[in-house]
Design a protein around this ligand. Sequence first.
Ligand code: NDP
Length: 434
Amino acid sequence: SRKDPHEVEFHQAVHEVVESLAPYLMAHPQYMKEKILERMTEPERVIQFRVPWMDDRGNIHVNRGFRVEMNSAIGPYKGGLRFHPSVNLSILKFLAFEQTFKNSLTDLPMGAGKGGSDFDPKGKTDAEVMRFCQSFMTELSRHIGPYTDVPAGDIGVGGREIGFLFGQYKRLRNEFTGTLTGKGVEWGGSLIRPEATGYGNVYFAREMLKTQGKDFNGLTVSISGSGNVAQFSAEKVIELGGKVITFSDSSGYIYDPAGIDSEKLEYIMDLKNNRRGRIKEYAEKYGVKYVPNARPWAEKCDVALPSATENEIDENDARMLIENGCFCVAEGANMPSTTEAIHLYLKHKILYAPGKASNAGGVAVSGLEMTQNSMRLKWTREEVDQKLLQIMQNIHHTCVKYGKQKDGFVNYEVGANIGGFLKVANSMMAQGLV
Ligand code: NDP
């Protein structure tokens, strides 16, 4: 942390990895000698650029655009774009660093990157979002390509934004390639990509539950967020017989003790995806509790699936969850648990999956979208879902392989970090000092 001491999120992510990798690195000094971890924490390239755009009333705005090209040892840079006012280099470096391990864990040939802008899509018209996306892509297009860097979506970048970004990229390059993933199914997108992160997280959690002879049937599940990851996590939990009791957004959370069933979930999807409304409206419609400016972790649950954003479970939240009987936390979001929260999970030996393992389904299906684009054909829903399930089971297997402790407890954090590290580290060493 001598370098860039203000990059707190990035240091948090690196610290978490270093702490859990340390014993392995001590036992395998070749990685230390080659300074692999030090090289992995330095992005191969960081691009920062001006994004000027005009709103509907003719006012001019200037946002900041970024792309962190983190690691290309095992494939082209790959990772999402985030549009949110909080976006800065520290957040994008933390996300790109996590992406290195995550992409490696999928076993698909993808390097790591992340990018985005401090632009806030909330309250903007479709026309404003389009003009912003076109301006953003006008610069980004110089730096990406199907063999170089393949961005996707993240917070604030969904199907609508990917459409505008892809349209502008295609126009500038005069090429139809798979340079962005998360595309619409009618123009090169993969089936199951919208569902992939949420479904994948639930598939992973199901594997963890299996190790204790349990399944989702009858379990109470608390979910945070109400965006892409939250919605499809809920869909899969409901399908598997679990009861989803919470949803949230940046204004507060709703608690529905009767359970959010498929019909209520459909209402949330329409509210969030088409009407771009607030989760509070759910509480008004169904007459349930709404708690403003709070996160849902005080509600009693068996399983927690944090699916909103980083650091949304602090030590206090983790304590409440555990005291209320929660025995499984699978991260749909990236780094939703603080370092102190993770220490508590591990101390109490609950089932805990770090996002780099459990939310890898999204990038995995993005990888499958790249494959389909290269082959110029499209797989069925069932084929993609089956491959996603297989990948999540393989990641679980890798975590158990490297994370099983002497007493039988599986430390998924250690397992994911070692499992993700090895392939990238070995590839970097094979490719020389680059
Ligand atoms: P969306 O933009 O679709 O949804 C984000 C949700 O989280 C919204 O409900 C949003 O509320 C809430 N949220 C965002 N920022 C904050 C904040 N600072 N405080 C409280 N609530 C917040 O994003 P995704 O569902 O795609 O992403 C959610 C998480 O999952 C992120 O951590 C992302 O990095 C991670 N992820 C996503 C993948 C994907 O495929 N999409 C893949 C792997 C990880 P509001 O509407 O009020 O902003």
